[in-house]
Write a protein that binds this ligand. Structure first.
Ligand code: EPU
Length: 343
């Protein structure tokens, strides 16, 4: 049985803390309920809600909202030193990371403290501190919205890229992800795991922490870095990085570097270079800036924040001011990383 609610507030369902309502809302906790909801809303485009941590609600949502709240975890033996961990879409991502740390399952410890649910992690191939979801991804289960049929997508089929996957492209709006299966190193069986600690901030944070290198120590280092730089959505509304780091041609990069020798960069390949949007935004004078309750975080300029009662439109207006200024100053286009929900 499904329960359909009307004029349902989404304020507690989006980490930006925007007061928007869903005209129709339905929470589902099983695949069967999802199929029921899909046939109930047949012929209507539905809006799938997960942890609400990577979206900006610009208006009230007119489409029926289906809140995917499936729970459960299952460890499946895979080979001598690896296990598969099948996780339902509604499981909180950070709690999953800490579950893995506690159970000596290695692979996602660098992704500690990222808000959101497990089911939405593949959509943008979440990443931080030198690791991306795709590095531990095995497969995901989906339900096709048009038919209610279930399918499995493997690693190659998901076409993961930097904050990108098939679910943001040709599969956009076609499937609900109901479970994610990760392939993790079982450190109880194998001690030769190589921790990913190249990322500068992790190295220096690890040096401050006592004890041997362990999954817990790496996760703790990441938690410390993130809590120092990124606002806690429970206190200040936000959706993490609002923009993607732009990837520019080496020719463009070389020109910019001449004018701005201090500009950091990451090499993508021979032809392309990634520039931190946070640096571009900070150096354009926006860090910590406020326009009413909408603003730019004072410790990480890539993060837009809601200081209280900002509307989605007000946050979007700040984003557009920033995009325009970056284009003017650097001739670089920065794209939003957060999904903009218009209706
Ligand atoms: N920087 C500034 N000013 C700022 C922010 C950054 O000058 O206000 C400079 C930093 O000094 C550094 C560089 O930009 O040299 C990169 O900064 P940082 O390491 O903080 O990472 P980022 O590129 O700003 C990306 C991800 C984050 C992820 C971190 C760590 C994207 C869009 N964002 O941010 O992901 O946590 O790297 O790996 O790729 C998210 O997606 O929501 C998110 C928080």
């Amino acid at each position: 049985m499904i329960e359909v609610k009307h004029q349902y507030s989404l304020k507690d369902h989006n980490t930006f803390g925007i007061s928007a309502t869903a005209e129709t809302y339905c929470r589902i906790t099983t695949i069967q309920q999802l199929q029921e909801a899909l046939s109930y809303f047949k012929n209507e485009a539905v809006f799938l809600l997960g942890g609400g941590s990577n979206m900006l609600l610009i208006n009230n949502v007119e489409r029926p909202v289906i809140h995917l709240d499936l729970k459960g975890k299952e460890i499946i033996p895979h080979n001598n030193d690896e296990v598969l961990l099948k996780v339902a879409a509604g499981e909180n991502w950070h709690e999953l990371v800490m579950f893995c740390v506690k159970n000596n399952l290695a692979g996602i410890e660098n992704l500690a403290f990222i808000p959101g649910n497990t089911g939405t992690a593949p959509i943008q191939n979440i990443g931080a501190y030198g690791v991306e979801l795709k590095d531990s991804f095995y497969s995901c289960e989906v339900v096709e919205l048009a038919t209610g049929n279930s399918y499995t997508f493997n690693l190659a089929q998901c076409k993961f890229g930097y904050r990108d996957s098939i679910f943001k492209n040709e599969a956009l709006g076609k499937y609900a992800i109901t479970a994610v299966t990760l392939k993790l190193k079982d450190l109880k069986a194998n001690s030769s795991y190589v921790y990913k600690t190249d990322y500068g901030a992790i190295q220096s944070e690890l040096e401050q922490l006592p004890g041997e290198l362990s999954l817990n120590k790496v996760a703790q280092a990441v938690i410390n870095i993130r809590t120092n730089k990124l606002p806690d959505p429970k206190i200040i509304g936000n959706s993490g990085s609002f923009f993607k780091n732009p990837i520019v041609s080496r020719t463009t990069y070389n020109k910019l570097k001449l004018e701005h020798p201090a500009m950091p960069h990451y090499d993508v390949d021979d032809q392309n270079v990634k520039i931190p949007a946070g640096w571009l935004i900070e150096n354009s004078g926006f860090k910590g800036k406020r326009y009413g309750d909408a603003g730019v975080h004072d410790k990480q300029a890539l993060v837009l924040v809601n200081h209280g009662t900002a509307t989605g439109k007000e946050i979007l207006a700040v984003a557009q001011i920033i995009q325009k200024e970056i284009k003017k100053r650097y001739n670089v286009t920065i794209e939003t990383e957060v999904n903009l929900i218009e209706n």
